[in-house]
Design a protein around this ligand. Structure first.
Ligand code: GDP
Ligand code: GDP
Ligand code: MG
Length: 304
């Protein structure tokens, strides 16, 4: 499936909530008034855009309508698209400038960290990069095995230890292996235990100290993985994780099968963290670089 079709397919449920809702409103009003804005705001809030960002979008919309002298409700959709594309800002890709570079993947259990690492490894490998994985989610043996399956499937090396090993020591070993093999990218899986913030903070700080000491000049990406199906809860997770570590990008998984894709907007608007990838399925080619324009088209443009 072509890139845009896959995003569009993934956003189907989100689109049927946002686009259909807005089309309904626009069709039932003959002029633009406060009642129309109230209904629009309600649709946005219901589509997991959140109260604050929904309010901001409507304020910007009022302003644009005034500036452009728009009176036709049918013009609203295009104006909203422009506003949202502006809010999402420039698309940002991974910064992997050094050899090796490091990608640390964090997030709570079940969001799709390990799967995302598998997909990303395959992509980087297909670009000719040598990837080494670090199984630093040592909390459960099954987590290590699961990453091992992805390593095998994508043909990349994985460094692991036994369950319960200090994750920072696995990261240390992974870096040593990557140096020995002249690898391009190191990707480390982690166990995200938000319920114990102090431990999580200490664990991530320790991992970061090891990276800084062993690779002082390396590009380091800390990717927070969030599950789109959890809606506003994902926004809360992003807030909590950004309190314990510096996040350089977000991967929003499971956009397929959810109507809550709208949470990309408050994540960017309220947390100022760029969404770098979206997950649109469970197979290896279901990870897409985030593109604001295509995302916005995907949630607004009803199927013909
Ligand atoms: P982790 O605990 O964060 O490492 O999460 P996993 O990578 O083990 O993923 C948890 C479940 O979510 C698995 O069943 C994955 O196949 C599934 N999953 C991950 N990403 C996606 C996605 O983009 N779409 C769908 N539908 N499922 C996904
Ligand atoms: P919990 O209270 O059940 O969540 O687990 P504990 O904090 O009592 O930890 C039990 C054991 O597992 C300890 O020996 C820890 O070193 C180890 N452990 C706990 N959480 C993690 C984790 O997130 N990562 C790793 N690598 N080890 C952990
Ligand atoms: Mg995992």
């Amino acid at each position: 499936m072509a890139f845009f079709n896959k995003i569009k397919e993934g956003l189907k449920k989100t689109r049927s909530s946002i686009a259909a809702g807005i089309t309904n409103i626009v069709n039932s009003f003959t002029k633009i008034d406060e009642d129309l804005f109230d209904e629009l705001e309600e649709i946005l809030v219901m589509s997991d855009i959140g109260v604050n960002t929904a309010g901001e979008i409507c304020d910007l919309l009022r302003k644009r309508i005034k500036e452009t002298g728009t009176t036709d409700p049918n013009a609203i959709k295009d104006l909203m698209k422009e506003i949202i594309i502006g809010m999402l800002g420039e698309d940002q890709s991974l910064c992997l400038e050094t050899k090796p570079s490091v990608v640390l993947v964090i997030g709570v259990n079940g969001v799709g960290k390990t799967t995302t690492i598998g997909k990303l490894s395959a992509q980087l490998k297909s670009e000719g990069k040598k990837v080494v994985l670090g199984a630093a989610d040592t909390f459960r043996a099954a987590a290590i095995d699961q990453l091992g399956i992805w390593a095998e499937r994508t043909g990349v090396t994985m460094v692991k230890s036994v369950e319960g090993t200090d994750p920072a020591s696995v990261v240390f070993d992974t870096i040593a292996s990557a140096k020995a093999r002249s690898a391009d990218v190191i990707i480390c899986d982690t166990a995200g235990r938000l319920h114990n913030k102090k431990n999580l903070m200490e664990e991530l700080a320790k991992i970061n100290r090891v990276i800084k000491r062993e690779l002082p000049d390396a590009s380091v990406e800390t990717l927070l993985v969030l599950d789109a199906t959890t809606g506003q809860n994902a926004v809360n997770q992003a807030k909590e994780f950004s309190n314990v570590t510096d996040i350089t990008g977000i991967v929003l998984t499971k956009l397929d099968g959810t109507a809550k894709g709208g949470i990309i907007i408050p994540i960017k608007n309220e947390l100022h963290i760029p969404v770098k990838y979206v997950g649109v399925g469970e197979s290896v080619d279901d990870l897409q670089p985030f593109n604001a324009k295509e995302f916005t088209d995907g949630i607004f443009d009803l199927d013909e």
